[in-house]
Design a protein around this ligand. Structure first.
Ligand code: SF4
Ligand code: SF4
Ligand code: FES
Length: 229
């Protein structure tokens, strides 16, 4: 079968004689038998490390999980700097975690987590920072100050953790370029290999923001500035 891989500014076609192979296996075969200059990232080979995210036919996948089909068009993630071929620099996206303060800020030592408490944000804890959601997000594509899907999911994870004693501090942090900038398009959910819905987490963060007196500033402006929050 033939696949096409974006390399610098061109798409290069490769013929591979493989059946039921993952994209990572195909890339390894091309590199070892046809073109050892092909660059891509990988690590665990089992959907755990998040380092092999890329796009196939304009949809984000993990190369170690995706089964290649004839005619597939393979490209690097979007909305990140391409270092070479399919290798991208995730630094800018990862820095959103720092801007969003995705950690326990004020630790309530008295609060003890039960097994039931741990289930509340178990899904959010499964994020492997693959960057697929940032690649798919149309808001991050045009506004790199937007905190973005995995950072906002991270904020929800700690807001919903009863050991966080000052949730309002976290809510304050996500009002600008954060929860209200998301269009709720759901693209991040559709591409997440871990089944995380950042869109759903952002909706919960909006409800929490409202409880602390915040609202969408564009909505407030539509009332001629007559609302205060
Ligand atoms: S939320 Fe999902 S798509 Fe986004 S970085 Fe985490 S695992 Fe990847
Ligand atoms: S739902 Fe929000 S965070 Fe997710 S892709 Fe759409 S705009 Fe981005
Ligand atoms: S190689 Fe680790 S997630 Fe694919």
């Amino acid at each position: 079968m033939r696949v096409s891989i974006k390399r610098d500014y061109d798409f290069i076609e490769y013929d591979v004689d493989m059946q039921d192979a993952t994209l990572l296996e195909v890339l390894e075969a091309i590199k070892t038998t046809q073109d050892n200059s092909l660059a891509y990232s990988s690590g665990c080979r089992s959907s755990v490390c998040g380092s092999c995210a890329m796009r196939v036919n304009e949809k984000e996948v993990l190369a170690c999980a995706y089964k290649v089909q004839a005619g597939d068009v393979i490209e690097p993630l979007k909305n990140v700097e391409v270092i070479r071929d399919l290798v991208v620099n995730m630094d800018r996206a990862l820095k959103t975690n720092k801007r969003a303060k995705t950690w326990l800020q004020t630790y309530n030592k008295e609060a003890k987590l039960t097994h039931e408490d741990e289930k509340i944000n178990a899904l959010q804890s499964d994020c492997i920072l693959c960057g697929a959601c940032y690649s798919a997000c149309p808001v991050y594509a045009v506004n790199t100050d937007f905190l973005g899907p995995f950072a906002l999911t991270g904020v929800w994870k700690y807001i919903s953790d009863k050991r966080e004693a000052e949730p309002k501090e976290k809510i304050d942090t996500i009002q600008t370029n954060g929860v209200w900038d998301c269009t709720l398009c759901n693209e991040c959910t559709l591409v997440c290999p871990q089944g995380i819905s950042s869109k759903a987490d952002i909706e919960k963060l909006r409800m929490k923001s409202s409880q602390f007196g915040y609202m969408d500033s564009s909505f407030a402006q539509s009332f001629g500035g007559g609302l205060s929050f």
